[in-house]
Design a protein around this ligand. Structure first.
Ligand code: KG4
Ligand code: ZN
Length: 347
């Protein structure tokens, strides 16, 4: 029945979009306008519940989403100063992520869209990260180069139009955020690893010999497993010899090695494709070293850098609304059969 109904929806010029995100350990909801003004952007995290396990425990995350989702959506509607009847579309992350966690958001979004009689818009979390840039620069228009740096993905992409991505290169093994998290564990730092490595790196120096990353030679692909293994070997060898490991130096050296390669490839892609705009998305884009170094080199090379604020780089629902708006305008509506997907294609 809903299959037929969804075809009857009209696309409004300036819709009010509600988005829901529950792919990992953050339950989030946001409201934006068709001009991408953020009216509300709410988030509740179960991160502290996962610390003692050293990573996200899917069952704990799903339970936390179930407890939080109504509250977070209500808050998003209230703080946006709208009522439910003002909502023109309900967008939801359907993948990639933890299945049980995603299902909480997808089920909630389905019932809300159905009860309000508005379209249900399926959104890829990965595309969501990239669409955070449109919230920052309202006049941003493809073509441009995008760097995606998250816990699950690492890629350099040419965005030809808002729906059409060409992947120039991506990780061949671990994603950059994953490497941060694994190295953090070896250094005895708590989850989430990325921000804790960044903090520790501030008091360290780039003195630890680590393998060269696939810069020019690797085309646009990345490989993080060699770097991760080199750090693990370095730490274990030192420990076996009873030598002191300067963890701050390891953190600093690893951070540089892991991030310099992202900077080099993104800037090279801009040059090679003759594009003067670079956008960045994903949790790792919250890293201060990456932000500073990218800002410096882009200023030097006259590349316009669209760098979302940190809270729009890490998981949030405003970015899902931003991508949802693109899908809404394209009439990409889901039926009530929409299912969660652990993996989705990047392109
Ligand atoms: O984009 P995101 O929030 O979730 C995914 O879609 O994967 O990214 C999470 C990743 C984690 O691996 C986390 O350690 C990393 O982003 N991260 C950071 C920083 N903040 C988060 N990595 C380096 N420096 C940070 N400040
Ligand atoms: Zn994410």
């Amino acid at each position: 029945m809903y299959e037929d109904i969804k075809k009857g929806f009209s696309v409004k010029e300036n819709p009010t979009i509600l988005a829901i995100e529950s792919s990992c350990d953050e339950t989030a909801a946001a409201v934006i306008t068709g001009r991408r003004e953020i009216l509300s952007n709410e988030i509740m995290s179960s991160a502290t519940e996962h610390i003692k396990f050293g990573g996200v425990v899917p069952e704990i995350a799903s339970r936390a989403h179930t407890a939080a989702i109504s509250l977070v959506v209500e808050k998003a509607v209230k703080n946006a100063n709208i009522s439910l009847s003002d909502i023109d579309a309900v967008c939801v992350t359907y993948g990639a992520g933890l299945l049980g966690a995603l299902l909480v958001g997808v089920s909630y979004a389905k019932s809300l869209a159905y009860s309000l009689g508005v379209p249900l818009v399926p959104v890829s979390h990965i595309r969501g990260h990239l669409s955070a840039a449109y919230l920052v620069d309202k006049d941003l228009k493809p073509p441009f180069i995008s760097l995606l740096a998250s816990g699950g993905h690492t890629a350099v992409i040419v965005v030809k139009d808002p729906l059409n991505y060409k992947i120039l290169g991506q990780t061949l093994d671990d994603a950059v955020g994953e490497a941060f998290d694994k190295v953090a564990r070896v250094l005895g730092l708590p989850y989430p690893g990325g921000p804790n490595i960044e903090k520790l790196a501030l008091s360290g120096k780039d003195t630890v010999p680590l393998p060269k990353m696939l810069k020019g030679g690797g085309g646009y692909d990345f490989s993080y497993s060699g770097l991760k293994t080199a750090v693990i070997n370095y730490v274990h060898t030192k420990e076996q010899r009873g030598e002191n490991v300067d963890k701050a130096d390891v953190a600093n050296s690893f951070q540089r090695a892991a991030l310099d390669v992202l900077i080099e490839k993104s800037v090279r892609a801009c040059k090679e494709y003759g594009l003067d705009t670079l956008t960045v998305g994903g949790g790792v884009a919250a890293n201060g070293y990456l932000r500073e170094e990218l800002s410096k080199i882009c200023a030097y090379k006259s590349i316009k850098l669209v760098l979302p604020p940190k809270n729009l780089c890490t998981d949030n629902a405003a970015m899902i609304a931003s991508e949802g708006l693109i899908q809404y305008r394209n009439g990409n509506f889901a039926s009530l059969n929409l299912n969660a997907q652990a993996r989705v294609e990047l392109g």
